[in-house]
Design a protein around this ligand. Structure first.
Ligand SMILES: Nc1ncnc2c1ncn2[C@@H]1O[C@H](COP(=O)(O)OP(=O)(O)OP(=O)(O)O)[C@@H](O)[C@H]1O
Ligand SMILES: [Mg+2]
Length: 601
């Protein structure tokens, strides 16, 4: 028998519903109908399950849970006792519960860090005043702000909420998925931005976000990075007191991630700023204070006490919350302070000549090189310097203007931008592309489980979220039988746990099967975790690009980081790489010594 968020399902009831599935932690109940109601931030679902009960679930949260469970079932889970006092919001009798809520602070960038589906959307809805927390009284149909404000009397949150309710605080949000911007906004970038620029700040902001050259471009014709910067600008230009940025770094290269971080930081001097960011190196640089969120995805989320960003990320990677005695990761995540010395005796898989590709406006040269069996090559470089073009040449999707690639190899390719036009379930997709491999034990343990694809198998591909689609695409690419695996920007839209799991999965598949991987990504921690060696692209973005390598890790990281003028120091307690402040003593010392990433020799 399991305790189901206070509702007990006894043995008998479990037995009457013939296809309940039960594992150590969860009970799943089949769903009869799903009714969907949406407001501007959250989507609310009424779920009628067999047993004639209705569950109300909110946000992306339970929505995901529902879809993740086998047989379209709802997942039901027990809850830690001592938290009950801190219940902030509960969507229904058995719906998602949020315990505690972060307090925005002026003069600080407040970060939220935790897996997807653990309450970040609920937190943002509450802090933006869209959702009045019900303090657990889920039957209430109208908001009781007075009670909420009273509950937090004497805390900083009290003043914040009071301001929200009195409408003294106006909010502005940059949503997570910027790809949707062209669907809701038409015209040029300048049209869009001028509309929200009530204080005439566009002229000042556009150059700081490198938008000058695209102001007259149609929104439908922007690259991912340009869309991201446009969305950030639109959010910032809006005259508000509280600014929320949900994943400001997707599609940007590391240099731009840090430029955006600086702009957001300057905003926080006078305003409230809350960010959700999954690139840990960027979060570390961007945020001052971070709230970790933990719990059970789709069931409940707990907001831990605030910590300075350095400690918060260390605790997150360490996986243990001392004050609450909660372990949320089996093994701590570690980094090597010294470059790994790996002697590659491995056979060469592929040799390529100096390759050249000419488009009307862009010219790419990649110096000749070779890839070894079992090797994972990270590919790094600024936006629009030809990384994807190079990968496409290896994949056979583009022909080099000059130069050739020796031999014929079986290639498995995950493109940078994936869309979900496929009609059918995730399982259909796997079966139709990789056949029986998707039914093997190997697939279950090496791919589906670590990438958390298992629970999605029966869902329609065209209804997956960006992060879910990404995991399916990476899983699919790794499951194909090939000699070389080309994976372009796998980290986009994954949360930081999923990024770490994906990095490990890619490595394991390459190592165990003696295959070769080429992984393009902008997340430095991801590249560190996944790569044996590094290829570096540089050039004049959008005009000309130059690729070189693979180089050993130390040399590759140094070449790349020198290019973008960013150096990393090591955290004294954990060896975790941390971005140096430009022109700080360490930054200068390391740059002088030519050591941008690994510990000084
Ligand atoms: N088929 C094409 N025709 C014309 N120009 C193209 C084509 N494909 C790419 N380009 C241009 O080539 C340049 C390099 O693009 P590419 O996608 O290879 O960059 P990237 O290094 O992968 O960038 P990012 O980090 O943003 O993914 C860009 O300016 C792009 O607009
Ligand atoms: Mg690319």
């Amino acid at each position: 028998m399991a305790l189901l968020l206070g509702l007990e399902f006894d043995e008998k009831r479990n037995r009457t519903a013939s296809h309940y599935v039960q594992d150590e932690e969860f009970v799943y109940a089949p769903i009869r109908t799903i009714e969907r109601v949406s407001n501007s931030i959250a989507t609310v679902y009424n779920l009628e399950v067999e047993e004639d009960q209705t569950f109300v679930a909110a946000g992306n949260l339970t929505h995901n849970c529902v879809r993740k469970c086998p047989f379209d079932a709802i997942r039901i889970i027990g809850l830690p006792e001592p938290l009950k006092e801190d219940l902030v919001h509960q969507y229904s009798k058995n719906g998602f519960r949020l315990f505690r809520v972060p307090t925005p602070k002026t003069g600080q960038v407040v970060g939220l860090l935790g897996p997807n589906w653990i309450g970040k959307t609920t937190v943002l809805s509450i802090l933006s005043g869209e959702l009045c927390p019900n303090l657990g009284h889920y039957r209430r149909t109208r908001p009781y702000w007075d009670e909420v404000i009273e509950k937090y009397k004497g805390t900083e949150l009290h003043d914040y909420l009071e301001g929200l309710v009195a409408k003294d605080l106006r909010t502005s949000l940059k949503p997570q998925y910027v790809d949707k911007l062209p669907k809701v906004a038409k015209g040029t970038v300048a049209d869009l931005l001028k509309k929200v620029d009530s204080q005439g700040r566009l002229d000042d902001l556009a150059p700081r976000l490198y938008l000058d050259s695209v102001l007259h471009r149609d929104i439908g014709k922007l690259s991912g990075g340009e869309l991201q910067r446009t969305a950030i600008a639109a959010t910032m230009l809006k005259d508000a007191d509280v600014y929320f940025f949900d994943e400001p770094s997707s599609y940007l290269d590391i240099y731009q991630r840090l430029e955006v971080a600086k702009v957001i930081q300057s905003l926080s001097k006078e305003k409230y700023v809350v960010v959700v960011e999954h690139d840990l190196a960027v979060l570390d640089f961007l945020a001052d204070t971070v709230y970790l969120l933990y719990g059970s995805e789709g069931a409940y989320g707990v907001v831990a006490q605030p910590r300075p960003v350095r400690t918060a990320i260390n605790v997150y990677l360490g996986g243990f919350l001392k004050e609450e005695n909660i372990r949320f990761r089996d093994r701590e995540v570690t980094f090597e302070a010294r470059a790994p010395r790996r002697d590659w005796n491995a056979e060469t898989l592929l040799r390529f000549d100096r390759l050249e590709k000419r488009y009307d406006d862009f010219h790419l040269v990649v110096e000749g090189g070779e890839l070894k069996k079992g090797e994972v090559v990270g590919v790094v470089g600024p936006n629009a310097t030809g990384k994807t073009t190079f990968v496409k040449m290896l994949a056979g999707e583009e022909t080099p203007t000059s130069g050739s690639i020796a031999g014929t190899l079986a290639v498995s390719y995950k493109p940078q931008y994936i869309d979900s036009v496929y009609e059918g379930s995730v399982r259909d997709l796997f079966v139709s592309t990789v056949g029986k491999r998707a039914e093997s034990g190997w697939f279950e343990t090496e791919i589906a489980q670590p990438l958390q694809i298992r629970g999605m198998m029966e869902r329609p591909v065209n209804e997956l979220s960006g992060g879910e689609l990404q995991r399916v695409a990476v899983g699919l690419a790794l499951t194909r039988d090939a000699d070389i695996y080309l994976i372009d920007e796998p980290s986009a839209y994954m949360d930081s746990n999923q990024r770490m799991a994906a990095a490990k999965t890619i490595r394991r598949v390459m190592e165990n099967q003696g295959k070769t991987g080429l992984i393009v990504d902008h997340d430095v921690y991801f590249i560190d975790m996944v790569s044996d060696s590094i290829m570096v692209f540089r050039g004049e973005p959008g005009t000309e690009g130059h690729g070189e390598g693979p180089f050993p890790m130390r040399e590759g990281m140094n070449r790349f980081l020198k290019l973008v003028e960013i150096s990393f120091r090591r955290d004294a307690d954990t060896n975790r790489p941390r971005i140096n402040k430009l022109d700080s003593r360490l930054d200068r010392e390391q740059k002088d010594a030519g050591e941008y990433y690994y510990a000084l020799a």
